[in-house]
Design a binder for this molecule. Structure first.
Ligand SMILES: Cc1cc2nc3c(=O)[nH]c(=O)nc-3n(C[C@H](O)[C@H](O)[C@H](O)COP(=O)(O)OP(=O)(O)OC[C@H]3O[C@@H](n4cnc5c(N)ncnc54)[C@H](O)[C@@H]3O)c2cc1C
Length: 473
């Protein structure tokens, strides 16, 4: 008789949990997937993260493009955006994707799903709504949530996080985004394009601190051109009488009137209320992180972690990468490490920012060269009015690509072949030799490889080539 009710129990049905569950069910393991409620299936990505934010950005970009197109018309349309139609659009796209992320669908795929908050009873048992379930292995995939702003707050301004922004029922006139990270930059620009007057207040010295200074500078300039105000180096003091009050580095105080604020000041891991200690799972001293090894195991070697709760790169595709590692480690005695060498991410502002592989500092420390290009002389960028941007690629002496960053229209797509070059160990020579039909936007990659190859044409080689030409009959 089986010792446990299930082979594997996965807590959290977001991107990470769903991926592990789907594979384990395919190989006919007895899988139990637990999430707080059926409406949480798909986790942050479907419900409060990637999907609704990209749908919102899509609408905002259409509104923006339509506004820009007025210059080709004899009369312009300046009617305001109907926010209800925007949120209905977002919901319709979520509902579409939800067709493959709901209890019935999971059941069809052989995954047993239950709703409720899980907590550990011992190293092999959890309790959900008073019922106990046991398994040989567990996967913690409980994700993260928005960090709260802990300052005095008289609640005189409507407050949003990623949890409720996609159901907003009015278009704020003055919208203050607290925090200057990727979520706030994406959503702040989207609301500015929909018609709000957006201000970004951030404690950092620049927006998008995880990107290079050059990338931040490009985005600051674009945001300013679009009427977004950016105030850096501030500390929020309180929310009072319809204003966000803050102090500057110099100690001066100032305030900004707002009818809505969006708080995006980092993420907190969902690790409370799980009674982790009963399963022998240890956390760090501040109780803010799980202790996780490079094989994605907790201090209880039968309990793995995937996704945001692992506490490093918080992206859907990283949750998927974690799932692959955890599946391999549960099945094989040859343990696989999570390798962040080929990590990549995209910030879906306009222009987009794509970043991959080693960062600028690490590249410099390893003696890699930075090859840069801009879009000013790129024919496609010129006709598409998208010359704003730049690309920096970190290469070794042979031109092998180790990382880079691109800020450009559709950088997420344009960078894909550079990311492939990196993970396949290819170099700029391979890119140079590839055919780029004129005028595909990715010819920027050809431009950068041509510049690198062109440097081989020194005065001496030019002299040799001239000699060959003249001596050739
Ligand atoms: C606004 C926004 C935009 C984003 N855009 C992108 C993007 O464009 N690209 C990208 O790659 N990433 C993006 N992300 C990040 C991405 O959403 C997350 O990295 C991803 O969803 C993490 O997946 P996960 O499985 O780790 O956790 P989650 O998706 O958060 O899932 C965790 C699940 O666990 C459940 N849970 C928690 N505690 C318990 C418990 N005790 N018992 C039972 N269930 C529990 C929760 O209900 C939840 O459903 C974005 C995030 C935000 C907020």
């Amino acid at each position: 008789m089986n010792k446990y009710t299930h082979d594997i129990i996965i807590i959290g049905a977001g991107s990470g949990g769903l991926n592990v569950a789907a594979f384990c069910a395919r190989i006919k393991l007895k899988v139990l997937l637990v999430d707080k409620s059926a409406t949480h299936i798909g986790g942050d990505c479907l419900n409060t993260g990637c999907v609704p934010s990209k749908a919102l950005i899509h609408v905002a970009n259409q509104v923006h493009a339509s506004r820009l197109s007025n210059k080709f018309k004899s009369s312009s349309d300046s009617s305001p955006v109907d926010i209800q139609k925007v949120t209905e659009y977002i919901k319709s796209k979520q509902d579409h994707i939800r067709q493959n992320e709901n209890p019935e669908y999971l059941k069809e795929k052989g995954i047993e799903y239950i709703s409720g908050s899980a907590m550990f009873v011992d190293a092999h048992t959890i309790e959900v709504d008073g019922k106990r379930y046991s398994a040989k292995k567990f996967v913690l995939a409980t994700g993260s949530r928005a960090r709260a702003l802990s300052v005095p707050n008289d609640k005189s301004i409507k407050e949003y996080t990623n949890e409720n922004i996609f159901e907003i029922d009015f278009l704020p006139n003055e919208f203050v985004f607290i925090g200057g990270g990727p979520i706030n930059c994406e959503l702040g620009q989207a609301f500015a394009r929909l018609g709000s007057k957006v201000t970004i207040l951030t404690t950092s010295e620049r927006i998008l601190e995880k990107e290079t200074k050059e990338v931040s500078a490009v985005m600051e300039s674009v945001f300013k051109d679009e009427g977004i105000e950016i105030v850096t180096g501030i500390t929020i003091q309180e929310i009072k009488n319809g204003s966000v009050c803050y102090s500057t580095i110099g100690g001066e105080t100032s305030s900004k009137k707002a009818d809505a604020i969006f708080v995006g000041i980092g993420r907190v891991l969902n690790i409370e209320n799980l009674q982790l200690e009963k399963a022998g799972i240890q956390v760090n001293q501040t109780k803010s992180k799980l202790i996780v090894d490079e094989y994605l195991r907790t201090t209880n070697k039968n309990i793995y972690v995937v996704g945001d709760v692992a506490g490093n790169y918080q992206f859907t595709h990283v949750a998927e990468m974690h799932a692959k590692v955890v599946i391999a480690n549960m099945l094989s005695p040859l343990k696989q490490k999570f390798d962040s060498k080929y990590i990549a991410w995209v910030t879906y502002t306009s222009p987009e920012i794509a970043t991959w592989g080693v960062g600028h500092e690490a590249a410099t420390a390893r003696g890699f060269e930075t090859i840069s290009a801009d879009f000013v002389h790129d024919d496609r960028a010129i006709v598409d009015e998208s010359v704003t941007g730049r690309v920096d690629i970190y290469v070794d002496a042979k031109g092998t690509v180790y990382g880079g960053t691109m800020v450009a229209q559709n950088a997420g797509e344009l960078s894909q072949e550079l990311i492939l070059a990196m993970s396949a160990g290819l170099g700029l020579k391979d890119i140079f030799n590839k055919v780029y039909p004129y005028p595909v936007a990715s010819r920027i990659n050809k431009q950068i490889s041509s510049a690198w190859m062109g440097r081989k044409l020194t005065t001496n080689t030019a002299q040799v080539l001239r000699f060959l030409f003249k001596s050739n009959s």
